[in-house]
Write a protein that binds this ligand. Structure first.
Ligand SMILES: CC(C)(COP(=O)(O)OP(=O)(O)OC[C@H]1O[C@@H](n2cnc3c(N)ncnc32)[C@H](O)[C@@H]1OP(=O)(O)O)[C@@H](O)C(=O)NCCC(=O)NCCS
Length: 171
């Protein structure tokens, strides 16, 4: 019997703009109604854009771009950034369709959450598509709740996104 090696989760480092570009384009092509940015916008961005995005994040102690890799293929992405009000913003969460419902999303979220907690965040916030109850349930399973705030995914879009928040227990 062949053993399946679980994907390795790690933070992107300086010089890996091309890795972010590849996984982000896959995510936007696969789930266009889950993200504000469109695939066309992302495709049009220069190599410098991706390099300049990954570099500062990898050097920051307040933000992380995490990927999950299996056989050097990136199968998941998540971004987390803690602001000056100690709110952690979670975004870009995506798992390759072939790897869903095997716990990778949860592990990615756990890593992002642990990072946010380490740097002193008091809560986590994100926006989820109202068209995707599965994604909402994924976050609800992790303790997020709808705040009641909604907005359009992007200008001209018919898709609504819902705001969710998860509080850390007071320490
Ligand atoms: C949402 C997403 C990230 C979940 O990733 P995943 O790796 O499949 O999630 P996990 O396997 O870790 O799921 C953990 C738990 O979340 C819940 N969950 C996940 N997907 C679910 C779904 N489609 N329907 C209902 N519950 C779901 C379940 O409780 C699950 O536990 P279980 O499988 O033991 O029942 C993935 O479906 C995805 O990339 N979707 C498209 C992009 C997207 O919507 N991103 C979010 C943008 S805000």
């Amino acid at each position: 019997m062949t053993e399946t090696v679980p994907p390795l989760i790690r933070a992107l480092v300086t010089g890996e703009g091309h890795v972010l570009r590849e996984v982000r384009l896959k995510a936007l092509a696969d789930s266009p109604d889950s993200f504000e940015e469109t695939a066309a916008e992302a495709e049009a961005r220069s190599d410098d854009y991706w390099t300049d995005l990954v570099g500062p994040v990898s050097l920051s102690d307040r933000a992380q771009l995490l990927v999950a890799e299996t056989d050097e293929v990136v199968v998941s992405l998540v971004f987390v950034r803690v602001d000056n009000d100690r709110i952690a913003h979670v975004g870009s969460m995506w798992v390759h369709p072939s790897y869903r419902r095997s716990g990778i999303g949860q592990k990615m979220l756990d890593n992002a959450t642990a990072f946010a907690q380490r740097v002193g965040a008091k809560s986590l916030e994100l926006w989820v598509s109202a068209e995707d109850p599965g994604a909402r349930q994924f976050y609800e399973a992790d303790g997020y709740r709808l705040t009641g705030e909604t907005r359009l995914l992007r200008r001209g879009s018919g898709v609504q996104v819902q705001h969710m928040r998860r509080h850390f227990r007071a320490q």
